[in-house]
Design a protein around this ligand. Structure first.
Ligand code: NAD
Length: 266
């Protein structure tokens, strides 16, 4: 392997690759030599990140995807195998906060509707994208990883999958589901050499959090809750994904990688 390149000869599918944490992860995987099939529902932005990866000398392609579609998942995995020969890494990053941008941001440490204000429709949408999408992706990738002789599945949960907060119960539930789903999948597929881990970011500056972090009251409370005293960057989370994707973590499965500036240590 070329020095400094940790994913040479590996093929990665990265969902949510058009923005924030997904874009940073896809870029980093590309820099480390992986062939990346970047997927997202945002076509222009997804294509622009693929262009960036290619301009930096990496190998990447874009595929439009709504992670809620079972049939589309089959097609995505088939495309990765057809174009690049195998699937070694699946990074399930696509997600939504479920916060209505028109709604006033509550001054609690996390923003979003309170439980009694959440409709069933809202609950289902958050669960379908954040949890069911991860299940569908994991299920679709497993046969391809078995064919490849193993693999690494990285599911993005959140600190909200570990602790509760003032608001947005659906988001907490969806991310908590990702955490335990990953452990069950890790146990079931360890005999196939398929590792499954969850990543739990704290408050990271991305388009998802931009409105909240632009509100000084919300930003102050979130920073006070973060011992290291700054918001995370998408790169902070991508670095953790790189570790879990690479053979450096070959004895790591069913674990939770918390990257939160110390927030949940409190
Ligand atoms: P982001 O909004 O910048 O990126 C999310 C991406 O997911 C977007 O490109 C969006 O188009 C895509 N997406 C949304 N719904 C989709 C769907 N149905 N199908 C396909 N793609 C879809 O947000 P981000 O902050 O980079 O978040 C990435 C992940 O990290 C999410 O799962 C989020 O819940 C999680 N997370 C973020 C933070 C944070 O502070 N930013 C903290 C903890 C966890």
């Amino acid at each position: 392997m070329e020095p400094g390149k940790r994913l040479v000869d590996k093929v990665a599918i990265v969902t949510g690759g058009a923005s924030g944490i997904g874009a940073a992860t896809a870029r980093l995987f590309g820099l480390h030599g992986a062939a990346v099939l970047l997927t997202d529902s945002n076509v222009p932005l997804g294509k622009s990140i693929v262009q960036e990866i290619a301009s930096a000398g990496g190998t990447a392609a874009f595929a439009e995807q709504d992670v809620r579609s079972e049939a589309r998942w089959e097609a995505i995995v088939a495309q990765a195998e057809k174009d690049y020969g195998r699937v070694d890494i699946l990074c399930n990053i696509a997600g939504i906060s479920g916060r209505d941008p028109k709604q006033n941001i509550q001054p609690g440490p996390t923003a979003g509707p309170r439980l009694a204000d959440q409709t069933l429709e809202h609950w289902n949408r958050v669960m379908e994208i954040n949890s069911t999408g991860v299940y569908l992706g994991t299920r679709a990738a497993i046969p391809a990883m078995q064919r490849a002789g193993g693999g690494s599945i990285i599911n993005i949960s959140s600190i909200c999958g570990i602790v509760g907060s003032h608001a947005n119960a659906a988001y907490h539930a969806s991310k908590g589901a990702v955490r335990l789903f990953s452990k069950a999948a890790a146990i079931q597929y360890a005999p196939d050499g398929i590792r499954v881990n969850s990543v739990h970011p704290g408050f990271v500056d991305t388009p998802m959090t931009a409105a909240g972090h632009a509100n000084p009251e919300v930003a102050r409370k979130r920073l006070e809750a973060t011992p290291l005293g700054r918001f995370g960057t998408p790169q902070d989370i991508a670095n953790g994904c790189l570790y879990l994707a690479s053979d450096d973590s070959s004895w790591v499965t069913g674990t939770e990688l918390v990257i939160d500036g110390g927030m949940t240590a409190n």
